[in-house]
Design a protein around this ligand. Structure first.
Ligand code: NAD
Length: 293
């Protein structure tokens, strides 16, 4: 058997195309969705991620602003800038590219972003809201995974889901979002003894560990759905996920490729969150979030 490929690029394109009428409705009210991205320091990977986000904004017709600070910027200066963006009516989403230099208190920075502009979903209110079902913005990567599963018609309710990785930005919110949709979720991490004992039970396996080739065919159930969130740059410059794609595709029912799976969805959900924020500011959208998570 060869697995069905879950094509994140294709779904991302469809979702971005579907934004056009919503943008037109906002334009009638004189509103263009606006995203501000703050980049501190010269980390090359961060610069690439920010560039991708800004290009995506331009491609769909959003207004975007990149605000660069040197690595030595003071925390007060950074917080002051966030406060002014919070009050800026042209900006509907504010994102601070992580990681930040050590002298800056990341939690303080994230909590200074206005909850209703926190399009990354990292503010404590939005994180806590994932637990209670009242979040305004779901974090982009797990939100993208949920969209992929839904678009593929993959049942979540009642399924055994195993999430490998328990970070605040991927693993933990992923587990909460799938549990809220009725899955029975196990979360594995670096201290999990005998990872395979868990992964073999998964109907849906989501892997976000940052370890290339961590999941091999013996660790998955035949016919499982595998979502590979990992992005690992190999010494030869190629990009690999966290699963042995070639091996797994002969055993599982459906699998995301890397690149071309979850990655394009992450940026698309950032656009979606920014669009929703602009719609809320325009009074077009009153409810908190699109999906009950
Ligand atoms: P992280 O380093 O913050 O967290 C990694 C998690 O994996 C931790 O909970 C750790 O305990 C667990 N882990 C590490 N090694 C493990 C092992 N051998 N067995 C079991 N668990 C293990 O990473 P992150 O920010 O959550 O990102 C994870 C991966 O996803 C990375 O490759 C990252 O590049 C990628 N990522 C991709 C996207 C995307 O858009 N596709 C977005 C964010 C992160």
């Amino acid at each position: 058997m060869s697995a069905r490929l879950i094509d994140g690029r294709k779904l991302a394109r469809i979702l971005r195309d579907e934004m056009a009428p919503r943008l037109a409705a906002l334009a009638e009210r004189g509103i263009t969705p606006g995203l501000a991205v703050i980049l501190v320091g010269e980390d090359p990977a961060s610069a690439v991620y920010v560039g991708n986000k800004i290009r995506a904004c331009e491609a769909v017709g959003f207004h975007s602003r990149t605000i660069r600070f040197p690595a030595e910027v003071t925390q007060d200066e950074l917080l002051g800038r966030i406060v002014s963006l919070n009050a800026d009516p042209e900006i509907h989403g504010i994102l601070v590219q992580l990681p930040l230099p050590d002298h800056i208190d990341m939690a303080r920075v994230l909590e200074t972003i206005a909850v209703e502009k926190d399009v990354d979903g990292f503010h404590l209110y939005n994180v806590g809201g994932l637990v209670t079902g009242s979040t305004i913005f779901s974090p982009c990567t797990p939100y993208g995974v949920v969209k992929l599963l839904e678009a593929e018609g993959i049942e979540i309710q009642g399924q055994n889901v195993v999430v490998v990785g328990a970070s605040n930005i991927v693993g933990k919110p992923m587990a909460l979002m799938l549990m809220s949709r009725g899955a029975t979720v196990s979360i594995c991490h670096i201290h999990t003894r005998d990872l395979a004992q868990f992964t073999i039970l998964a109907d849906i396996l989501v892997v976000a560990a940052g370890v290339p080739g961590l999941i091999i065919p013996q660790m998955v159930k035949r016919g499982a759905i595998v979502i590979d969130v990992g992005i690992n740059r190999m010494p030869d410059g190629s990009i690999r996920g966290d699963v042995d794609f070639e091996g797994l595709k002969e055993k599982v029912a459906a699998i995301t490729p890397v690149p071309g799976g979850v990655g394009p969805m992450t940026v698309t959900m950032l656009l979606e969150n920014t669009l929703q924020s602009a719609e809320r500011a325009a009074g077009i959208r009153s409810e908190g979030i699109e999906d009950p998570v």
